[in-house]
Design a protein around this ligand. Structure first.
Ligand SMILES: *Cc1c(COP(=O)(O)O)cnc(C)c1O
Length: 448
């Protein structure tokens, strides 16, 4: 096992806890400083008071284990009530059931697994199950298909990034078990036409999972605020399951997402149980065995404390920030917001120059202290806006203007920094080789 430096071992004698904490706090200072507002991804911040509150709720239940609902009835109730609140928010009725998972990826993977089990039970003639999705679907669905051996059939979007419903319909075969629509999709924050997809699902007697990891806790409020949001939730005929991340716009602590199913029968296909283990009967609803109580408790606490009025207020605040940023970006003649973003997630690129040049803009922005998120196919910069970022909008737009000017004057910048790496990877003709480069990079990250 090649290591970069010397082996790190457990200290021979324990280090005093205050010293350990001190060293951790000092290294934390060098991580992405999201409290300053310059991070437009990964972190969903609803303010200091809420943050301290989540820490307390999390701390009380940190060592409790939701693997055993009998031993920890508080956690069981938190979970069941959280799912009920989420189902209600997403247009579900009392027949909707689900569970809390550790992340959106796990929620989406459990959906893939559930449709596979459902098809095994109800369509035994299907030996090689397939799911039909749009190319914009989140990689967690790919991951689920990979883990659970389901073939993913991807349908490219149409002009202006619209989901191709007819293309998806035409891609259905006798082996298709389900489709996935996104509300919203990650790259451009667009909502797929769930009503049309639901009709296709009904016509073919297949499942329709709505990936609401990103939008599940934002779109309901944005719609109530009067913004044009197409129907996207469990109320739409044909939808059979939906995911929504508590740890994104639910403003819970990290490690919590919800997956809900239209009825109990479908939900139970998610479960695993064995009755022959010498350790006793063993059953578990999701992927994890031991389930940390902290994130479940904090999720319940977040919903209770924020309330519908709080989520509405946060959604309004966040939409205001997003709209200001979009207007500022569209006002720059060189730049345009891509597609038709429905909520607080969007991306932008150049209107007409070398598309790779947007990566160079990203590099210059990072030199100015912004943490930038990059897209490919086509190249773009991506933002997930938070409610408290109103105070950085003006600075962002000033820095962006300057960065565009710098890249305009010096087009060679596209051959340097992350722009060069992204450009290379995005256009690498040999995709298998590109993948192996990414795997090597990943492995390297976790070596000390
Ligand atoms: C974030 C996200 C996921 C996956 O969620 P994780 O919590 O990162 O595992 C799935 N789908 C969409 C659209 C997302 O934005």
């Amino acid at each position: 096992m090649a290591k970069k430096g010397k082996t790190i071992v457990i200290p021979e004698t324990g280090i005093p806890r205050d010293q350990v904490l001190k060293s951790m706090l000092s290294s934390h200072e060098h991580d992405a400083n999201w409290k300053g507002g310059k991070v437009f991804a990964y972190v969903y911040n609803a303010g200091e008071e809420h943050y301290e509150f989540l820490k307390k709720a999390h701390g009380i239940f940190m060592s409790d284990n939701a693997l055993n609902p009998m031993a920890f009835p508080s956690l069981k109730n938190f979970e069941a009530e959280t799912i009920s609140m989420v189902a209600d928010m997403l247009g579900g009725d009392r027949k909707v059931f689900g569970n809390i998972t550790t992340c959106g990826t796990e929620s989406n993977m459990m959906a893939v697994k559930t449709y596979r089990e459902w098809a095994r039970a109800t369509k035994p003639h299907i030996k090689a199950p397939e799911m039909v999705v749009s190319t914009s679907v989140h990689p967690s669905i790919d991951k689920g298909a990979h883990y659970f051996d389901v073939k993913l059939v991807k349908v490219p979007w149409k002009e202006n990034f619209d989901c191709d419903v007819k293309g998806m319909k035409d891609a259905i075969t006798e082996n298709t078990i389900a489709m996935v629509g996104s509300a919203c999709e990650y790259p451009r924050g667009m909502v797929d036409p769930i009503t049309e997809l639901g009709q296709v699902a009904l016509d073919h007697d297949i499942g329709l999972h709505v990936d609401g990891c990103l939008g599940g806790f934002m779109l309901p409020w944005v719609k109530k605020l009067g913004y044009p949001v197409p129907d996207f939730d469990l109320n739409v005929p044909g939808t059979t399951s939906m995911s929504a991340d508590l740890h994104k716009y639910g403003f819970a602590a990290k490690g919590a997402s919800a997956i809900v199913f239209k009825n109990e029968k479908l939900w139970k296909h998610m479960f695993f149980a064995t009755v022959d283990w010498p350790g006793g009967f063993y059953g578990s609803p999701t992927m994890a065995g031991t389930r940390g109580g902290g994130s479940i408790a904090a999720a319940w606490a977040a919903l209770k404390a924020i309330g519908q009025d709080g989520y509405m207020a946060l959604a309004k605040q966040t939409m205001d920030v997003a709209k200001k940023l979009q207007a500022g970006i569209n006002a720059m003649p060189e730049l345009k917001v891509l597609g038709n973003p429905a909520m607080t997630v969007f991306s932008f690129s150049f209107t007409d120059r070398d598309p790779m040049a947007i990566y160079a803009v990203g590099d210059v922005m990072e030199k100015k202290g912004w943490i930038m998120d990059r897209l490919q196919h086509p190249p773009a910069l991506h933002l997930i806006v938070g409610p408290l970022q109103g105070h950085v909008v003006d600075q962002y737009l000033v820095d962006l203007r300057e960065s565009v000017d710098i890249v305009t004057k010096d087009p060679a910048l596209v051959k340097t920094g992350q722009a060069a790496m992204y450009g290379m990877l995005a256009t690498f003709p040999d995709r298998a080789n590109a993948k192996s480069l990414v795997l090597d990079f990943l492995a390297d990250q976790y070596k000390v």
